[in-house]
Write a protein that binds this ligand. Sequence first.
Ligand code: KIV
Length: 274
Amino acid sequence: MANDNSSSESPRQKRITVPQFSALKKSAQKITMITAYDYPMASLVDEAGVEGVLVGDTLAMVVQGHENTLPATLDEIIYHAEIVGRAVNHALVVVDMPFLSYQVGKQKAIENAGRILKETRCQAVKLEGGVDQAETIQALVTAGIPVMAHCGLGPQSVHQLGGYRVQRDENALLQDARAAAEAGAFSVVLECVPSTMAQRITEHVDIPTIGIGAGPDCDGQVLVLHDMLGLTCGYVPRFVKAYADLRTEITGAVSKFRDEVRDGQFPGPEHGYE
Ligand code: KIV
């Protein structure tokens, strides 16, 4: 329903919309996108002014401690997306469809993506695939569900791929991105693609390309929040830049607390009650 009374708009209605996000391809400014999974981090990421927040299925790895994204369930993603959806007032919020929530058929994909939109106030879903998922993307879009595609390395296919490998088949990559765009996707993530190929794909599709390990010439960039804040334990891919070292900050703060309690420095008189 049209709302011509701007003073009654809730903050969430001022979020970047799907058409506005797509139109950013034509702007001179690069698009930025970061993952978030909880309220305080989603609020901070949004305050920082990125255009997109992704509730990624990397939830399984960086929050739940699994070795890959496969264990994330639809209910878990919806739980986190509902929290992020309440925190974000400015950015477009996109939610990953977890493994086997869309590969099992168009009808099931519509039901599951529909649950995400109905239960979380988020605006779009993301799924891995191009040519192979074109019919599903089209079915979702026809149902009114905006889709961001994810081509190149598809982490949900890690076992089939035999690991997280750079994807170098330029024809296949281009066909995937084109198929996703033709099926109605409003944007496409390109993961682990040589920079020159990502540049060519970006020139050949009308929708914004959002790179992760795909070089500087995509229309935008996405990173996993925990990786870029230096919170990830264990392996961090080469394409990540750590903009902070929060592991050191957090262990340092907690160690200081431990030492001050042991030394009797905390709590001091100012922390007590008369
Ligand atoms: O799940 C996720 O965080 C993602 C990003 C790696 C793009 O899909």
